[in-house]
Design a protein around this ligand. Structure first.
Ligand code: GLC
Ligand code: CA
Length: 582
């Protein structure tokens, strides 16, 4: 079985953070058999594909993104037989499995790095090793070769006495970057991808894949961290195309995670003519609440900026023949329902939890691209809201807490910032029911179950009219059924000064697709209006939609009078011209 890459617009992907999804053996850690046991739930939700975060052998310094063996299963997550069973059981429900390929770096525990340490020059050429600045000769580290900063804090360089060199690590010190200029490295990695392709998966997500091609010359970054010098590097397009060819995955679903990327590069990554990837995750829209670009400085989300970013990325990717992955959440992000709606989602910014979650869902699921649902998002799970720094687990959170305190924040302030921004917010155990361990495990969960799980859980929402879960099901169904959503073009409405927090866009079909939809009695034009703020607003509708029918929305009915749509806090509505029976 396979999922046809040409169907990107009809595909909805569900992301599973394996550690936190479902534990089958009571050790408190989610695993492959846990996922298999929940496939009926995923089929109920209606998703086409499931992306599972890494479950390969790993010391777990970065929760599996530090891999010590690419072609095996970490015993904590199960066995190869469990994996094969999962793939088969998923296919039998029409669901494809996507794997997470972390090919930018390995763990320091990987055999390649260990051989490098043991003096094998062949494997030393797998990594990025440099002499120190101002070193007096062998054995003297000197200073790090450049001023670049790792994503999790501290220098991007680590001195390794056994190598007599500094090695580059863009992430944790236990994650040395691979040297993609070495053709042997590229060939090894293509073999890894092919290995999993041959086990029957539907596709791949490539971790921080626009960071694989380092600059030709290593020099200090006067402005910042060095990340911008490395992102979308000189050979990245060539390497990606080669990887896709060499591993034989051109017709499969692929998505690249692009850190600090640009639109032009993303067009190139995803326009099929270049033979690189199917779609990309970009993150500009998830930085609209970073004060001065600093993740650890809090600010209310700037909706104006958000509109501008979404409009630019939607319209220009369309123009360039590229394709976006659509998402608000993943395992590296705090929960959008809290970010955009206020702490714990119950209305610091004035919206009720349900309206906030549904308005965000409408916005993502009605745009052009492939929507991703991150586990728990479909239930409306908010941020963790832990009361103590000890409840947090992530290496990035620990470093940030220390950094904030060093900069003079009180422990309470530092905890508040980490509480808003920690990646653990997205990693809390999936709430299956309202019991103390949320039905996630019979043991003690590796990360504390948040209080919200008492109310926000699958058992409380499944089959309940008006619940977040049923709302997501409806959005998935609509994308599968209506060509205007899966194939339609997109155009954003200009900012309306009378409704500054409103993001509105039109989707429509042209030519043959339009004729086909008309024939089938489907809508050919849609207007999507999302008010992402607490203030009431009103929007004068384009002429076509003055007598519109509502298809779906975060409130049960749309209030239109004399061509003006009145919007309550976090009200999103999807309108079609004329009559539509649904
Ligand atoms: C990606 C992953 C993140 C990980 C990092 C390093 O951003 O999503 O979880 O820490 O890459 O592999
Ligand atoms: Ca387990």
């Amino acid at each position: 079985m396979a999922i046809d890459k040409r169907d990107l617009g009809r595909t909805v992907v569900y992301q599973i953070y394996i550690k936190s999804f479902c534990d089958s053996n009571g050790d408190g850690i989610g695993d492959l058999r846990g996922i298999t046991s929940k496939l009926d739930y995923l089929a109920y939700l209606g998703v086409d594909c499931v992306w599972i975060t890494p479950f390969f052998p790993s010391p777990q310094r970065d929760n599996g993104y530090d891999i010590s063996d690419y072609c095996a299963i970490d015993p904590v997550f199960g066995t190869m037989a469990d994996f094969d069973e999962l793939v088969a059981e998923a296919w039998s429900r029409g669901i494809g499995i996507m794997l997470d390929m972390v090919l930018c770096h390995t763990s320091t525990e990987h055999a390649w790095f260990k051989r490098a340490l043991a003096g094998d020059e062949r494997y030393q050429r797998y990594y990025i090793l440099r002499d120190g600045r101002g070193s007096a000769g062998p054995g003297d580290p000197g200073e790090p070769p450049t001023n670049w900063q790792s994503a999790f804090g501290g220098s991007m360089w680590e001195w390794e006495p056994r190598l007599g060199k500094w090695y580059l690590h863009m992430h944790d010190v236990s994650q040395p970057d691979l040297d993609w200029t070495n053709p042997e490295v590229r060939a090894e990695l293509a073999r890894v991808v092919r290995f999993w392709r041959d086990r029957g998966v539907a596709g791949f997500r490539f971790d921080v894949v626009n960071l694989i091609s380092k600059p030709d010359v290593f020099e200090d970054d006067p402005a910042g961290t060095g990340r911008a010098l490395i992102a979308d590097g000189p050979h990245v397009h060539e390497y990606l195309r080669e990887l896709v060819q060499a591993s034989g995955i051109d017709s499969m679903l692929t998505v690249g995670e692009m850190a600090a990327t640009t639109l032009d590069n993303c067009v190139r990554y995803t326009n099929p003519a270049y033979g690189e990837l199917g779609m990309v995750f970009s993150f500009h829209h998830l930085k609209v609440d970073y004060k001065d670009g600093d993740k650890w400085a809090l600010m209310a989300p700037d909706i104006d900026r958000l509109r501008e970013i979404l409009a630019t990325w939607q319209e220009r990717m369309q123009e360039g023949g590229g394709w976006n992955a659509l998402f608000w959440n993943n395992h590296d992000q705090p929960r959008a329902i809290t970010r955009f709606g206020g702490r714990t989602g119950v209305g610091e910014r004035g919206g009720s939890w349900g309206h906030v979650g549904k308005a965000l869902a409408v916005c993502a699921h009605l745009m052009q691209g492939t929507p991703y649902i991150f586990q728990g998002e479909e239930l409306g799970v908010p941020n963790a809201g832990y009361a103590s720094i000890d409840d947090y687990n992530d290496v990035e959170s620990a470093n940030a807490y220390r950094m904030l305190c060093e900069r003079g924040a009180s422990p309470a302030e530092a905890l508040r910032v980490v509480g808003e921004r920690s990646r653990d917010n997205g990693r809390t155990p999936m709430p299956w029911d309202g019991s103390p361990a949320a039905g996630f495990t019979t043991g003690t969960p590796w990360l504390a179950v948040p209080q919200s799980a008492e109310r926000v859980n699958v058992a409380a929402e499944r089959g309940v009219a008006g619940s977040m879960l049923e709302f997501y099901r409806e959005l998935v169904r609509l994308r599968h059924e209506l060509a205007v959503i899966s194939e339609g073009r997109v155009r954003f409405l200009a900012k309306d000064d009378a409704a500054p927090q409103v993001i509105a866009f039109e989707r429509w079909l042209e030519g043959e697709a339009e004729a086909r939809a008309r024939e089938a009695g489907e809508p050919t034009h849609l207007l999507v209006v999302c008010s992402l703020g607490a203030e009431p607003a009103s929007l004068e509708l384009p002429v076509r939609y003055r007598r519109a029918t509502r298809v779906v929305g975060s409130y049960d009915e749309a209030r239109i009078e004399r061509g003006v749509l009145a919007l309550r806090p976090f009200e999103a509505q999807v309108l079609v011209e004329g009559q539509f029976a649904g």
